[in-house]
Write a protein that binds this ligand. Sequence first.
Ligand code: URA
Length: 236
Amino acid sequence: MEKGKKRLSKTLAAAGVASRRACEELIFDGKVTVNGVVELKPQTLVGDSDKIAVNGQPIQGAERKVYYILNKPAGYICSNARLNRTTKLVTDLFPDSKERLFTVGRLDKDTEGLILVTNDGHFANQLIHPSRNITKEYLAKTDHDLTHEHLVAISSGALVQGTFVKPASVAKVRRGSVKISVHEGKKHEVRILLEAAGLKVLSLKRIRIGGLLLGTLPTGEWRELTEKEKKTVLNP
Ligand code: URA
């Protein structure tokens, strides 16, 4: 295929006109023009410089795909549904964004740390799909000075949403702090593992997803992922 060009039907679908199939129908029906001329073939290649219209209306280009790493503060929810005026959404931290952003997976309202925010559903699905088995690492502060027995109890696992899960690794950092890695990504998983070991969670922070580290990004701040990081997070 010619570089930078895409099939007309794919371009229409990417611009949100309709499904690929429905876009083909529009083309066959003579509703689509390219540079002012009716185009009847869905496989015709078009590029950025072509003026495409459906029923005489120019289409908007596909939304630019964006990928951010955010250090989520506690108190923000990973949802696009605001329950009331006091609800703080993760997407509120991107006030100037023109894209329709959402989080890749979720962190609890009270959990801080690394979360990815994007408008690329395909990227998000790849990351959260269980077959990828991507490790997520958390730093938890608990109310006890951790003993060997606590660490054994955490490592032995717990029932989370009807499935018995064991962490991939557990390591004491100091006193009441522990690093826990998990594969599953089930709701409240780390809190449940710690509570099942008799520990109260004082704070929880995600510090790694796959090969991507939170690093020194300050709480509440975000930056764009580099191309290399986008690959690293999927293939650690
Ligand atoms: N496990 C939890 O318990 N909470 C989170 O936010 C993420 C993982």
